[in-house]
Design a protein. Structure first.
Length: 227
């Protein structure tokens, strides 16, 4: 079927005419007033309502701490007199004697003794410790009540003032940490009692056992060891 040329031209002109009418500035202004304006008003209202809800929901966090710090439970394998292997710190690998658990912090109070392995009286976390089956009889040892957490706190060193001259800055040397006379006397009292109990036991291998360090060698299986 052959379509006349005039019909095709009429259709094309009608399409373009309608498109021009739709995008006419007057029609666009009317459409904006009817359709777009009410949506913007609703959005502004919703924002105001949301801001009010936020003010209601926001609450200040309380700074209270519920409950007090509890002392950690002592492991069943660790009892007064057990020989313990240290796993961390400057004395790691050394075998030391457990004396008691401190009340506030729950840390373990241990000693070398200092004569055998150079480990002084110090506090240790029970996580950083391997309990062995070897034990010493320390029932006759008298531990003073002064041996607590406050006794082992380091004294605060006052900070030096800043100097403008670089020579003076590098010339200043940091003071080395020194043990107090109280700690030295406490160390001697405790170690003397432990050494007496070791002599009374008459075990020739105990002194060498405490003075030697723990270590793993090739083909050693730690999960199959009995400490």
């Amino acid at each position: 079927m052959i379509v006349p040329r005039e019909y095709v031209v009429f259709c094309l002109v009608g399409k373009f005419f309608l498109a021009d009418l739709f995008w006419h500035p007057l029609i666009c202004i009317v459409a904006k007033r009817r359709m777009i304006a009410p949506k913007e008003k609703k959005a502004t209202k919703d924002k105001k309502d949301a801001s009010k809800d936020k003010k209601v929901k926001v609450q200040k966090r309380s700074t209270r701490r519920y409950g007090k710090q509890k002392c950690a439970r002592l492991r069943k394998s660790i009892t007064p007199g057990t020989v313990v292997i240290l796993l961390a710190g400057p004395h790691k690998g050394k075998r030391v004697v457990f004396l008691k658990q401190l009340n506030k912090s729950g840390l373990l109070l241990v000693t070398g003794p200092f004569k055998y392995n150079g480990c002084p009286l110090r506090r240790v976390n029970q996580r950083m410790v391997i309990a062995t089956r070897t034990k010493l009889d320390i029932s006759g040892i008298n531990l003073s009540d002064k041996l607590n957490d406050a006794f082992f706190k380091r004294a605060k060193v006052p900070r030096t003032k800043k100097t403008e001259n670089r020579k003076e800055l590098f010339a200043q040397e940091k003071e080395a940490y020194k043990l107090s006379t109280e700690r030295q006397s406490a160390q001697k009292e405790v170690d003397s009692q432990i050494l007496k109990s070791l002599k009374a036991k008459k075990d020739p291998f105990m002194a060498g056992y405490l003075s030697s360090k723990f270590g793993l060698f090739r083909k050693d299986l730690p999960h199959k060891m009995q400490f």
